[in-house]
Design a protein. Structure first.
Length: 601
């Protein structure tokens, strides 16, 4: 009997141990799975994710999240076969690709950069002096008489490369991008002289920099070292911090000098080495002028309007204006006029920018509140990659404004800005393509532009001839607008109806027309046509404001704002437009353009 009881207890204990062990293993497996999930999530963490965890004031500038460590190999065209071992012995071999371990490559690169840094410092300092000093002089503030380097060394601390990638490119080039981080101890002293003759030695200290450098090895050749020249450029400037100090004094004691110098230094860096600028270092004898930066086209930007802007003023409303640029240089940035006391401003301004690299450049818009003598306050910003534009085709866009372009997720509604964009690449004919005609037949506008070219404009300079054509052509004609109907208009009366009518206004000429009032309807049908004589169609705006008629006045529902570009190019079209200021209100319109083109003498 005791044997049986012992057997049963032992069996039960064994089963219990097995169940317990299995449960422990399940718990352990679940913990390890959760840990692996967390680690995988951390590996995928981006700058945007990290900024959600850390407020801006606690976010370190040196934090770098690079996707470039994923490089497993570099592919070379079969014609150019290099084998790079761990010790980076460069040997010509007949292999179609090069295997590189990223960590080993970066370790090797940083190790040897530390060893050769004194020589790099000497050579780089001379290059920087020769290339940056003329640009510093070019951007020299008006309050200064001269601005030159008296000392320039990069110090004893070498930069560290934190990532590497190879960019797909043409068959006769290799493009490498290197993530770089540098907290250096350079000895940089600027000798400046003010207009009143005061000399100030300014020291640049505490430089902290993170960014991406691009190296282009081109053209690839059969003789060692297998490429003719190297182009280098700062592809992306992520962070640049530095301080300025008057040797033997405090620069803050001189009003305006510190800010002016900081802006000058940043502009000089942007203009001298930031992509698409590329500096060429010949390796083998030859003519490499074709590698230099050259304009490839122009971007026409019409700043139309903005809506629902954040109010930055305690009394009244914001006084918005916009700054627009492709390259953030002072002389390449366009500034709009200020619209006072308005959260839904209409600017109707036209700007032109030179495009140097369609694949990487972006148009940036920053909207500010003008604070008078105080510094303007940023309302929001937005940008459009030029790759989103089709050459010769007008693009009408509403861009959501955000606080920071690096973090696109912005829960706060800062408003939107309305742009019309047209990218015109330079071509041998210097003609515009009709964006609405698949056969690319010439429109009346293009015929006028072509006639100007044939009449003697210098077509050897694409930028000059294009600009001259646009200045000499006035698009004049008659715009016929048929207000067909409205749909889903908001109810403004107690009975759930409205008495809608539309006021049509030409912004520049201030011509106005008005539809009849239709009583007790949210889906009115007007079918009324109005003609406007337009003197300058390329710079005119049509504004349609929808109102509810009341016995003692009128209540505004919303508005539609549009350029005449589409009507000029298409000639005639019918479309439905959303009424800004309403939830779902729409206007059905028919527009017809009857042109009369005039060429200035």
């Amino acid at each position: 009997m005791g044997f049986v009881v012992g057997y049963i207890l032992g069996f039960a204990l064994g089963i219990g141990l097995i169940v317990g062990f299995a449960r422990y293993q399940n718990i352990r497996s679940k913990r390890r799975t959760n840990l692996a999930t967390i680690i995988a999530a951390l590996a995928r963490m981006t700058v945007e994710d990290s900024r959600k965890l850390l407020p801006d004031q606690f976010y370190p500038s040196w934090v770098v999240f690079s996707q470039r460590q994923k490089l497993s190999y570099i592919s070379f065209p079969p014609k150019y076969r290099l084998n790079i071992q761990y010790d980076i012995r460069v040997i010509l071999k007949k292999r179609p690709c090069v295997q590189i371990l990223p960590h080993s490559f970066l370790t090797w690169l940083n190790h040897h950069l530390d060893k050769i840094w004194p020589y790099v410092d000497e050579a780089a300092s001379e290059i920087i002096r020769n290339s940056v000093e003329p640009i510093l002089e070019q951007y020299r503030p008006a309050i200064l008489a001269s601005l030159k380097f008296s000392k320039l060394t990069l110090g004893t601390v070498a930069p560290q490369f934190t990532g590497v990638s190879i960019i797909d490119s043409e068959s006769d080039e290799i493009i490498m991008e290197l993530d770089l981080q540098w907290d250096g101890n350079p000895n940089i002293v600027l000798d400046i002289k003010t207009k009143v003759g005061v000399a100030l030695p300014i020291q640049v200290k505490n430089i902290g920099f993170t960014g991406v450098f691009r190296l282009i090895f081109k053209p690839l050749v059969d003789e060692f070292p297998c490429f003719g020249a190297v182009c280098y450029s700062l592809r992306e400037k992520r962070n640049l911090d530095f301080t300025l100090k008057v040797i033997g004094g405090d620069i803050s004691a001189i009003p305006g000098i510190s800010d002016a110098l900081e802006d000058t230094i940043r502009d000089a860096i942007e203009d001298s080495i930031t992509w698409p600028v590329r500096n060429i270092v010949p390796i083998l004898p030859g003519d490499y002028s074709y590698l230099e930066l050259k304009p490839v086209g122009t971007l026409e930007v019409k700043l139309i309007e903005a809506k629902e802007l954040t109010n930055k003023d305690l009394i009244g409303k914001s006084d918005p204006f916009a700054k627009i640029f492709i390259r953030p240089l002072l002389d390449k940035t366009k500034t709009s006029k200020t619209i006072n006391n308005q959260l839904n401003p209409i600017w109707n301004e036209h700007f032109e920018f030179v495009v140097e690299d369609v694949l990487t450049q972006q148009l940036t818009v920053r909207v500010y509140d003008d604070e008078g003598i105080q510094a303007s306050e940023l309302i929001g910003c937005a940008r459009v990659p030029l790759t989103e534009l089709q050459p010769g085709k007008v693009k009408d866009v509403w861009l959501k404004l955000v606080k920071d372009l690096e973090i696109q997720r912005d829960q706060k509604n800062r408003g939107q800005v309305h742009l019309e964009l047209l990218y015109c690449p330079y071509s041998t004919e210097n003609q515009f393509l009709n964006p609405f005609d698949p056969d690319f037949r010439l429109t009346s506008l293009e015929k006028a532009l072509k006639q100007v070219t044939d009449d003697g404009v210098d077509s050897t300079d694409p930028a000059k001839s294009s600009s001259q054509m646009k200045k000499d052509v006035i698009i004049r004609g008659v715009l016929s607008v048929t207000v067909i109907s409205g749909e889903d208009l908001p109810a403004t009366d107690l009975m759930g109806k409205s008495d809608p009518f539309v006021i049509l206004t030409m912004k520049k000429s201030e011509q106005k027309n008005k539809t009849r009032v239709l009583n007790d309807t949210l889906n009115p049908v007007w079918n009324q046509t109005f003609d406007f004589v337009v003197e300058d169609g390329l710079h005119e705006l049509l504004i349609l404001e929808v109102y509810d008629h009341d016995t003692f006045g009128k209540d505004k529902m919303g508005r539609c704002t549009m350029t005449l570009t589409r009507a000029i190019l298409e000639g005639e079209f019918t479309d439905i437009f959303h009424i800004d200021g309403t939830k779902s209100g729409k206007l059905s319109l028919h527009l017809k353009w009857t042109p009369q083109t005039i060429i200035k003498d």
